[in-house]
Design a binder for this molecule. Sequence first.
Ligand code: NAD
Length: 365
Amino acid sequence: MSLRFEFTDDLGPEKVLELYDPATGLQAILVVDNVAAGPAIGGVRMATDVTAAECFRLARAMTLKNAMAGLAHGGGKSVIAADPGMPAADRSRLIKSFARAIADVRDYIPGPDMGTDEQAMAEVKYQIGRAVGLPREVGGIPLDEIGATGYGLAVALEAAEPFCDLPGSNMRVVVQGFGSVGQHVIRFLAERGARLVGVSDSHGARVCPEGFDLESLLAAKTGGTSVAGFDQGEAIDPEALIGVDCDVWIPAARPDVIREDNAGRVRAKVVAQGANIPATPAAEEILAGNGVLVLPDFVANAGGVICGAVEFHGGSQSQALESIAEKIRANVTEVLRRAVEDGALPRAAAMQIARDRVRKAMSFR
Ligand code: NAD
């Protein structure tokens, strides 16, 4: 007899746990996808609409991302079905309940994700002795505060320059989603002369062909103003942001924002994927057909998890930034070179490299 599960293949998952605690209302799923390279690192997502399927997909994405980044870690993910906007004391109680439920799953190291943060990871660490993405006060490297993922994306774009026709300095950039990843990536790119010509958050979108005054925009956003309420440039329909003329278009918000129905409207030379799974496979085919180079999510946005791994192994902030630059530069170059050689999409080339690395790690066991 053989049991067949919908999401299993030759890589995993190794473990799937459903976690319930009637005393705290905890309802969660943990997927430990693959631990051949070492204990899995992956975020804890809290949202009301999380699903098991999402957890399986994200856990696999972490296996590939961590393998691609050459970390001594496999991939996993957990989701908690709850509203992250609940009162802080209730949220803290739920997080601690989750932590106790995974205490014995020692090959999973939780990190922050949508709906959880550094404080939550400090609470998890206090309960079970392991977590990444911790506050400075408990020895962490606050990856969102320093912009680890945005920094890595900027490095990815620099590494992609020999493979596309980017102007170097004076690059025109559009950022969809002006949160941690979106704000930091444009900050790092602006240091090299880039200008932000289009931007959005969950409240609206604006364009400014001559380039926004970035310092004022960042200050306004930090002060609680949405980009929609900023007093420079022109407000546009958020759906129109995808067609704004630019050199680089950076999704840094939700999944599946570039789809078959809108991919043809992209007027950029490069799409650098800050968000996880921001484009559908069909959309990536269309982009390639139109000569738009895609830097795949699990290659280009690995800065956060690389930072978390350096933190876990006791490294410093400067070591984390150095590791991010070294790994992402090498991986983007390898992926794009392989894509050109094989006439394949960058994602297909990256998948092959990452899967080969996981299989090799499995062969040592
Ligand atoms: P965040 O919550 O700090 O920021 C998200 C931003 O997106 C906010 O400004 C929000 O207003 C905006 N937004 C939400 N819905 C939107 C919509 N429909 N249109 C336009 N803007 C919208 O999150 P983050 O940490 O910056 O993460 C963004 C994405 O990057 C997520 O997909 C996340 O999984 C991915 N990611 C983050 C990291 C990291 O280190 N933070 C690492 C890898 C991948």
